[in-house]
Design a protein around this ligand. Sequence first.
Ligand code: ZN
Length: 287
Amino acid sequence: MPPEPFFSGAGLDRADLVRGDPAALQMLRSRDDAMELAWADGLPVIGDDGRLRWRAAEKPDLFLGIDGDAPRFSALQQYVGDVRAAFATVGLLDPVEAPIYAAALSLAGWHSRHRFCANCGQVSEAVRGGWSRRCPACSAEHFPRVDPVVIMLAGHDGELLLGRQPHYPPNRYSALAGFVEVGETLEAAVARELHEEAGIQVTNVTYVASQPWPFPSSLMIGCTARAEARDLTIDTTELEDARWFSRAEVEVALSGDPDAAFLPPPRTAIARTLLEHWLLEEGRVRL
Ligand SMILES: [Zn+2]
């Protein structure tokens, strides 16, 4: 089985048809088995068993979807927790529940930060079970944002380029990444970011996997690319360091060996999935 990124998976049945049907939505809200996600300190509550906590629906503002047959909601949140608070607990989450957590956190966070119409400045209102907001003054409809980010491994002659940002734990190295800009393809974004941050030229940009990253609303798009040469020119405003690592070094690092050449990214990060994927694929396809 190819490795799957954390936060990916089936999650809830999003039941899009229900969102646009106020009567059907109202029927789901009033059902005895309608449940609402529990929140504390601006984050969904994760129990000791790694599962999300639910309670009887009291403020079913956001329709998250259907679990088997049972409707699942969340109340709108005044405040949604920051990344640091979320990182302290998200590793405890059962991977099966992770896509539900990602959707709920991004959706509730978007509502808490986008209460006003971007077109005319009036207070807008949540519609379609919370999957958009409509402005009562100018009728503009606004949708939850998704910010595409490319994250990529560049390979050269069987080695991989990884970098570290100043805020990483000691000796952690990970895949380079950057936001896709308007008017840009994914391939161009991968090539641009690798050139800006590490000074390398790449070809053969290939998509591997994607991951919703709800801090607050990114979509990580994991790719590989082939570097034309090894020489690096590191942009030290973005990266503290970048280096080439051999297959053996990557293998030892992922095995959890404390004497490894570097500390790999955590299992919640798609960068780790990309490294696992590379180890599996490198025997067949050389970057
Ligand atoms: Zn408006």
